[in-house]
Design a protein around this ligand. Structure first.
Ligand SMILES: Cc1cc2nc3c(=O)[nH]c(=O)nc-3n(C[C@H](O)[C@H](O)[C@H](O)COP(=O)(O)OP(=O)(O)OC[C@H]3O[C@@H](n4cnc5c(N)ncnc54)[C@H](O)[C@@H]3O)c2cc1C
Length: 380
């Protein structure tokens, strides 16, 4: 057991933070107003290989592993979780292709998404809900093609060109399978962006598929493997979301340290009040617990060839980190008094962003039942 970053990991962490401070921070107002990431930021992230850190070099990735990915994403998200999401959704899609795509699919779609020239999306959720049992989108086999029809809801980054991994009900088996569709192909269209209350930068849309035709080879894995593909992909997706909301905790911590040091109350800085010290200590304690859990998840992903082994740990980590982000954001508002409720104070943004964590990529209530099933199965 070693709780120490390698020199390379320290460098990746520092490079990501320097980039976020230098290039993303000055653009925050623009990102919030325009609900879009400026092209220069996307270009900068491409140069630093941020779109493909954990993906193997064989398909154009940086081959730096999931531990480095967690470290980089935490730092980017501490400045802008909305920007970090575009990286995480791209890596989520790439990981699904790397695990389950045919050699041809990998070679066709992965190099472009690794460079960030194309950006991947993942589409599971439908108007009826995100539970796989509710999927109504169909993939009907016609000769050498599948024909896809359906509506997907709340899909991140699907306004960018690139491959979309979509989960649909396969006609011969009635089971859920993953398919790769090129965004903006014939029959693909999207709604207006949803007007969400936080996470500015990466809009989400509904996706409409009307008689979209893809080669049968664009199905991921084998028939009857669909649920495994879904579960393993989602486990890796949770590394991204855990890292992003770890960044939210870090941001809240840093803002509190800054504010409490600068704000003079009754002639002395807030840091000299014991009650405020206690709140800051609680935040520091929660940050340490959350970060080691998230770093450990990166480690587990690097160590386990079969990503099915990390399903329980990814759910536990996601629940802990995202719940903690909400608690810490609440304390951060408290330390800022009424200033924390003002739009021009970063903590008000952190508060609005924090609430997204427990609600997305499987609500935390749903994940509790996933973990319960796993624990009970093992105890038999
Ligand atoms: C910013 C953002 C980005 C998103 N990006 C994507 C994306 O790129 N791709 C994608 O596919 N989806 C995406 N989503 C959708 C998101 O992942 C789902 O909306 C989320 O998982 C919640 O599902 P739901 O809306 O169906 O809630 P529901 O499942 O309808 O949940 C409603 C309530 O029922 C509870 N509940 C549901 N099932 C259970 C259960 N089994 N046990 C106990 N309680 C339960 C929930 O906890 C919740 O309280 C995104 C959403 C947001 C907000």
């Amino acid at each position: 057991m070693e709780f120490k970053l390698t020199k390379e990991q320290e460098l990746i962490q520092k490079t990501a933070r320097d980039f976020a401070d230098r290039s993303i921070e000055p653009a925050i107002d623009h990102i919030m107003k325009e609900h879009a990431i400026p092209q220069e930021i996307l270009d900068g992230m491409k140069e630093l290989d941020l779109f493909c850190l954990p993906i193997s070099e064989a398909y154009g990735g940086a081959g730096a592993g999931y531990q480095s990915y967690v470290l980089a994403l935490e730092q980017i998200a501490s400045v802008s979780p909305g920007v970090a999401i575009v990286i995480s959704v791209n890596c989520f899609g790439l990981a699904a292709l790397e695990m389950f795509g045919s050699e041809e699919v990998k070679k066709r779609y992965m190099p472009g998404a690794c460079t960030g020239k194309n950006i991947m999306s993942i589409a599971m959720t439908e108007p009826e809900g995100a539970d796989p049992r509710l999927v109504k989108t169909t993939a009907v086999r016609e000769g050498d093609e599948y024909v896809l029809n359906g509506t997907k809801r709340f899909i991140t980054a699907c306004g960018y060109e690139g491959p979309l991994v979509i989960f649909a009900r396969e006609s011969d088996t009635g089971q859920i399978c993953g398919f790769v569709v090129e965004k903006f192909c014939e029959g693909y269209s999207i709604s207006e962006p949803w007007d969400k209350m936080g996470l500015p930068g990466t809009p989400m849309y509904d996706v409409y598929l009307k008689d979209v035709r893809i080669p049968v080879g664009n199905m991921l894995g084998e028939l009857n493997q669909g649920f495994r593909i879904l579960k393993n992909s989602i486990a890796l997706g949770k590394i991204g979301i855990s890292s992003i909301f770890l960044g939210t905790i870090l941001a809240a911590y840093e803002e509190c340290m800054k504010y409490a040091g600068e704000r003079i109350y009754l002639g002395k800085p807030l840091t000299q009040f014991q009650y405020v010290q206690g709140d800051i200590v609680d935040i520091a304690m929660k940050y340490e617990a959350a970060r080691w859990l998230a770093y450990r998840l990166g480690y587990l992903a690097d160590m386990n060839e079969d990503k099915g082994n990390i399903i329980k740990d990814s759910a536990l980590t996601k629940m802990f980190v995202t719940n903690t982000a909400v608690e810490v954001a609440r304390s951060a508002i408290n330390i800022h008094g009424s200033y924390g409720l003002m739009e021009n104070y970063k903590v008000s943004r952190i508060w609005r962003d924090s609430i997204f964590g427990p609600q997305t990529e499987g609500t935390n209530a749903l994940l509790r039942s996933v973990v319960a099933m796993d624990i009970l199965k093992r105890s038999k």
